[in-house]
Design a binder for this molecule. Sequence first.
Ligand code: URA
Ligand code: CA
Length: 441
Amino acid sequence: MRMYDIIKKKRDGQELSTEEIYYVVENYTKGNIPDYQMAALLMAIYFNKMNERETLDLTKAMINSGEKVDISYIDGIKVDKHSTGGVGDTITLILGPMIAATGVPFVKMSGRGLGHTGGTLDKLESIDNFKVNLSREEFTRIVNQTNIVICSQTSNIAPADKKMYSLRDVTATVDNISLIASSIMSKKLAIGSDAILLDVKVGKGAFMKDLDSAVELSNEMVRIGTNYGRETVAVLTNMDEPLGNAIGNSLEVKEAIDVLKGNGPKDLYDLSIELGSILLLMAKKVKNRNEGKEVLEEVIRTNKAYEKLIQLVRYQGGNVEQIKNPDLLPKAKYIIEVKSSKEGYIKSIDAEKIGLCALKLGAGRETMDYKIDLSAGIVLNKKINDKINKDEILAYIHTNNLNKVTEVEEMIKDIIEISDIKGEDKKLIYGIVTKEGVTLY
Ligand code: URA
Ligand code: CA
């Protein structure tokens, strides 16, 4: 087989065989195929697309490029939850303790943030001594004793995807449904959970800017998961504005604690309850979603979910005093108020752009080896459709470095659009995709 012929075939709009796809993925991972040939093939795929069979083969080949993590020895039905990447998305830190508090195991291998989106591991590391790298023995002991573990995934899951994703990132070939679906699903399927819940973000801060393409991506991922014998459900959720008010690592830990204590932002709470109720249904803990919601509201009301977070932090070596008293979490030296120059209603808060502001303050990383500032970030004082007066506070900048403040302040004023009239209420959840089909709300 020759890479040249495979590129030419896809360039001319033909279907690649299973053997050809396996050949490409295996040899690219091993370094036998150079980046320039792989880039050419990815661009041909971008233009001429892959059919369902090709996408499935690509996913399988990427799973087989690395390690598979067996978690079948953990009792109960394990549901993995994955978000396609949001801004201010603290859901895992809320959902995990809630689910575990109901008695269903929550096993999550998380990643770090890159670009404008944050990562759960970085957030957890704002807690002193919190250990994200666990040995298999530690992992097993903790989850058996507490029902919850959130740790880093081994570096050898789907290495083909890691290499291809870096190349796609610099060759303008990220946004192709087959490539995104196989990339996400290869990493999920390599971990042996029983079911997969996908939170597919739609909107300004997301890969999928409109509902149609998000539905298409969801259908593709559900099809791949189902083909692998894993129940897979995708929930389409709004990412036009950041979730909650806080964007930044320690700021989001504090926000998660607030939600678990019943005092957090409504959108984060509502989304956690929605996703959680689907997850409990998939885990066969409840008979329907309403029952799931009741069970989850109960673990918040009785503080059981909050206690579960404390337990998670304790078992993974973190300082629980910082959970009991969030003032002890890393704090920025300066908190600067950003005030509105006019009166009206908040029209939009582009999540991606706010994420980039947080990145500029040091809360995120542009390259994987950058050391992030755990205390830096932004706290929004207003959300879409809120009323704002002139000189009222739009947001707070948390920073240790005054050099960037003027620039970020101007950016925030630009990003938060204000209108004279109040807009329509936005949906937090657009719909749900299962193997039975698409239900839009
Ligand atoms: N997230 C991934 O892991 N892969 C993609 O291709 C896009 C988003
Ligand atoms: Ca948030």
